[in-house]
Design a protein around this ligand. Structure first.
Ligand SMILES: *Cc1c(COP(=O)(O)O)cnc(C)c1O
Length: 375
């Protein structure tokens, strides 16, 4: 059996978790949370990073921090995870979905301006498979129209666009450390804050709407309720688990990239014959091998290939039911313009096994099975 995913594990997690416990500081913002925050700041160059309990909650924080109000519109791709939309829907926003590019499966930056109205409050690019969106164009659109940009960089830890870390480019960036992601703490995430001016409010929103962070730094002599907010801090035990993996991030990244490259080389002949489409990485982007996917010819073909792989014990997966055609998507959003590639990609895309520690033999087996299918 080759599973589709295995949660990353490097070996030092239990030791660090015990350390967190012996620190007698297992609530939020202990030793390991601070280590993880600093790591993200140094890696990406963002002004501030704060661990959260999930990427979903980092997105919810971003929706609060961009002051989304009922009736505001938020632009995003339809080809994404539900949390990208839900975070803004919960503040009363109407979601305006834009089609994706058929090469990177990222939001088509050329279609964004057409979707802007006087109600547009935010643009949310999603870096699919950890490959950066065309950020210079998107940031320029945001600047020109005075609209904030929130990056859903759930899949983009360790990836860059023009040398800059994904998640650090927009006003806010959101990471996921869920167990299906490259670096994990079980359930967890982080919010990245680019502008100094937004940091204090982010700390307040994350601390139940109180100025507790200022209090802990000795900047005020008591803490109190100053804004709306919630509890978005993870336990330091979870952060300790993550810290073990961030310390080994280069090793994990190299391992995943080696697997990704091997898939690419093995399957290239099928792309050259026009049978499959393989992932495309723009020259500006360094990716993190979050996933290896192929695009088959049709839904029928993908269904047959999935079963054929399963018979040989090879796991695979597909996603995302386009949000604009999901029941909640129809209620809370609308597709701006044509759906040329979103549904088509959902029907044809297949994700192959990808995890830290995937062996060459396993990749060989998966690729041979695919070759056999197309013979
Ligand atoms: C995984 C993922 C999320 C949600 O992450 P959680 O940490 O599980 O909340 C959001 N957006 C995208 C694009 C994702 O891949």
């Amino acid at each position: 059996m080759i599973p589709f995913n295995k949660p990353p594990y490097v070996g030092t997690e239990p030791e660090y978790m015990m350390k967190a416990i012996s620190n007698r500081k297992i609530c939020g913002d202990g030793e390991f949370t601070k280590k993880c925050n600093t790591w993200i700041e140094e890696k990406t160059g963002t002004s501030k990073a704060l661990l959260t309990t999930s990427c979903t909650q980092a997105l919810e924080m971003a929706a609060l921090l961009t002051d989304i109000e009922p009736g505001d519109e938020v632009i995003m791709p339809s080809f994404t995870f539900v949390s990208t939309a839900n975070a803004f829907v919960m503040r009363g926003a109407r979601i305006v979905f834009v089609d994706i590019r058929p090469d990177t499966q990222n939001i088509d930056e050329k279609l964004i301006e057409n979707a802007i109205t006087d109600k547009t409050k935010a643009i949310v690019p999603v870096h699919y498979a950890g490959v950066g969106c065309e950020m210079d164009t998107i940031l320029e659109i945001g600047r020109k129209h005075g609209i904030r940009v929130v990056e859903d960089a759930a899949q983009g830890v360790m990836s860059t666009y023009k040398g800059r870390g994904l998640g650090s480019l927009g006003d806010f960036g959101c990471y996921s450390f869920h167990e299906t992601k490259n670096y994990s703490m079980g359930e967890g995430g982080a919010i990245l804050i680019r502008n100094e001016a937004d940091i204090e409010r982010a700390e307040i929103v994350r601390e139940k709407g109180t100025d507790r962070s200022r209090f802990l730094r000795g900047q005020v002599d008591k803490y109190t309720w100053v804004d709306c907010g919630s509890s978005y801090l993870p336990s330091d035990i979870n952060a300790a688990y993550l810290w073990a993996q961030l310390e080994e991030a280069d090793k994990i990244n190299q391992d995943r990239l080696a697997s990704w490259n091997m898939y690419y080389e093995r399957l290239k002949p099928l792309e050259e014959k026009g049978i499959l489409q393989l992932p495309y990485i723009p020259a500006e982007c360094e990716h993190n091998a979050h996933m290896f996917y192929i695009k088959t010819g049709s839904l029928e073909e993908r269904t047959a290939l999935t079963a054929y792989l399963k018979d040989a014990g090879v796991g695979s997966a597909f996603h995302y039911v386009p949000l604009h055609s999901a029941p909640a998507g129809e209620r809370f959003g609308v597709m701006a313009g044509e759906d040329r590639y979103t549904t088509n990609t959902y029907e044809r895309l297949l994700r192959l096994p990808m995890y830290y520690g995937l062996t060459e033999e396993e990749i060989e087996k998966a690729c041979n099975r695919i070759m056999e299918f197309y013979k």
